[in-house]
Design a protein around this ligand. Structure first.
Ligand code: C5P
Length: 220
């Protein structure tokens, strides 16, 4: 055996956006690139973990013997794939930017434009992280929060409501943080409300900080 700290551990990571079909050619989505989730997956695998990476549509790819990349499109598919693997994992990190809503009816044919306005009725998608929190047994469960106001309070609320062990707060107020870019500024909050704020860093460095925080809490 080698000395890799996550040897023998199984990790589930969700990453990327989800796409919710409107018709055969159109969808609702968001600008998540998947970078944070893929980086978290790579580093966990490099630390010896067996990783299931459930990713929505992204341009990213990863070739690593320790990573089982499961590609999905919709929130419902991400929900199903995540639950399928949840039972067997030690750590789950939900880094995906899941669409909160999906079109209630998916048109079978491409919608034709009319002179009138168009209304699309939306229904709620399941909250994957909330559901994993409800079913949590032995897993160490980590979520993300992207807030624009009352950041700490909202993140703490989410930590509690979703029954998490830790949450990574990502402030959009910080220059260079958040979607698309290659840097992030995070605050790591655990369920004892132990709070640690980090400098603006590249996403690989942020992923490394996140794993250090998680590892220090699962090897107690
Ligand atoms: O409640 P909110 O969407 O702000 O929470 C963000 C966290 O919840 C992220 O970890 C995200 O991956 C997760 N989430 C989820 N399923 C959803 C919505 C959010 O897993 N439908």
């Amino acid at each position: 055996a080698n000395g890799l700290v996550l040897n023998g551990k199984k990790v589930l990571i969700t990453a990327g956006p989800t796409h919710e079909a409107i018709d055969p050619v159109r969808f609702l989505g968001n600008r998540s690139s998947g970078t944070m989730g893929f980086e978290l997956a790579k580093q966990a695998a490099n630390l010896g973990a067996e990783v299931v990476l459930v990713s929505g549509p992204t341009n990213l790819n990863v070739e690593h013997s320790g990573i089982n990349l499961v590609r999905v499109t919709t929130a419902q598919e991400m929900f199903d794939a995540s639950h399928e693997h949840y039972e067997s994992v030690d750590v789950a990190v939900c880094a995906a930017a899941v669409a909160d809503y999906r079109p209630k009816h998916v048109a079978e044919e491409k919608l034709k434009k009319k002179d009138d306005d168009l209304q699309i009725e939306l229904e709620r998608n399941p909250d994957i992280l909330f559901s994993l929190g409800k079913e949590k047994k032995h897993q160490f469960l980590v979520g993300f929060a992207l807030e624009t106001e009352n950041e700490l309070e909202n993140a703490k609320g989410k930590l509690k409501r979703k029954n998490l062990d830790a949450i990574v707060l990502n402030s959009l107020k910080d220059d260079g943080a958040g979607f698309g870019g290659n840097t992030n500024k995070i605050t790591f909050i655990d369920k004892n409300l132990d709070i640690k704020t980090f400098e603006l860093k590249t996403k690989p460095d942020v992923a490394s900080d996140i794993w250090k925080e998680i590892i220090s809490r699962i090897h107690v």
